[in-house]
Design a protein around this ligand. Structure first.
Ligand code: IPM
Ligand code: MG
Length: 358
């Protein structure tokens, strides 16, 4: 049965990088992969088209899709809008409306890019970490929230950090499952020395650990985890953590690889329906200039094939094609190095396509 893929380029460089990733999907479609692709606006583009960052038609499309490919959202022209209308709301709306609670953010160092990291090569060479970030709970979505006036006349801002036991259990199940398929080491990151939420989080993870005896479970406070990530990142296999800690740690982990333009992500629901996107943003400063790196988005297609479309072999084909393109010395400006050849967005996409067709 044909699978439906929603294509949401979003804003800024999202448009040009998604175009390259769609070429890869087109290629597989010509080879017989049964997919249909339908495009819709989200983020600032949603606001421009329909007056809100997650237009009704876009929401309808993603709900009826098996997988979603997203570019990026945001731009300076939308920064003055009320919070509800800002592009980021479109992204958060997609996550919550589709219950995409499990966010997988691999941080892999391509050997060809070892010199791109700001850390010493021996600290990062061979790096392969998976960060599992809870994505639909915690302080991002907790109620009550707002800015209010206190009786003494001063204003205060407030948010709520809350996790229910079932929410912790379901992200734990995903994290243990992923650890099982990798190095079988899972580090749960929390702040149990200060936060009650973390106390419950740690208790639930410890209990769940008993069901996964092959997985070596450890716990780490988030401040220490931030330090360990830049000190000796190879100690980690799979890291699992709350929404906001995951937001922060995944940016740090991405930079270990020296190339935020290389890293894909997957956001999955209970049934492996997923949204796939590069972890970088919309980079409005370089949009439309044919300099953005399309590889994170192309690698996001690989994750889509693996996690939502049950096509692990095609996924591996993409990953190997990207490796060969790097071997040949092709680099977009963000990963440019001595002795390599600088190429633009479109040429990089074409190069991957050429490898896939070879
Ligand atoms: C991310 C981003 C988003 C987040 C923003 C754009 C809302 O930083 O996906 O990591 O904070 O989750
Ligand atoms: Mg972030």
């Amino acid at each position: 049965m044909s699978k439906r893929i929603a294509i949401l380029p979003g804003d800024g460089i999202g448009i040009e990088i998604v175009a390259e990733a769609v070429k890869v999907l087109d290629h597989f479609q010509r080879q017989g992969l049964e997919i249909e692709m339908l495009e819709a606006p989200v983020g600032g583009a949603g606001y421009d088209a329909a007056g809100k960052p997650l237009p009704d038609e876009t929401l309808e499309l993603v709900k009826s899709s098996d997988a979603i490919l997203l570019g990026a959202v945001g731009g300076p022209q939308y920064e003055g809008l009320p919070r509800e209308l800002r592009p980021e709301k479109g992204l958060l709306g997609l996550r919550s409306e589709l219950s995409l609670f499990a966010n997988l953010r691999p941080a892999i160092l391509y050997p060809q890019l070892a010199d791109a990291s700001s850390l010493k090569a021996d600290v990062v060479s061979g790096l392969d970490i998976m960060i599992v970030r809870e994505l639909t709970g915690g302080i991002y979505f907790g109620e009550p929230r707002g800015i209010r006036r206190r009786p003494d006349g001063q204003r205060e801002g407030f948010n709520t950090l809350v996790y229910s036991e079932p929410e912790i259990e379901r992200i734990a199940r995903v994290a243990f499952g992923i650890a099982l398929k990798r190095g079988k080491r899972l580090c749960s990151v929390d702040k149990a020395n200060v936060l009650e939420v973390s106390e419950l989080w740690r208790e639930v993870f410890t209990r769940m650990g008993a069901h996964f005896p092959e997985v070596q479970l450890s716990h780490m406070y988030v401040d220490n985890a931030a330090m360990q990530l830049v000190r000796w990142p190879k100690q980690f296999d799979v890291i699992v953590t709350k929404n906001m800690f995951g937001d922060i740690l995944s940016d740090a982990a991405a930079m270990l690889t020296g190339s935020i333009g290389m890293l894909p992500s997957a956001s999955l629901d209970q049934n492996s329906k997923g949204m796939y996107e590069p972890i970088h943003g919309s980079a409005p400063d370089i949009a439309g200039q044919d300099v953005a790196n399309p590889l994170a988005t192309i690698l996001s297609v690989a994750m889509m094939l693996r996690y939502s479309l049950d096509q692990a072999e095609l996924a591996a084909n993409i990953e190997q094609a990207v490796g060969r393109v790097l071997d040949k010395g092709l680099r977009t400006p963000d990963i440019m190095a001595e002795g390599c050849r600088e190429v633009g967005t479109a040429e990089m996409g074409e190069a991957v396509l050429a490898e896939l067709s070879a």
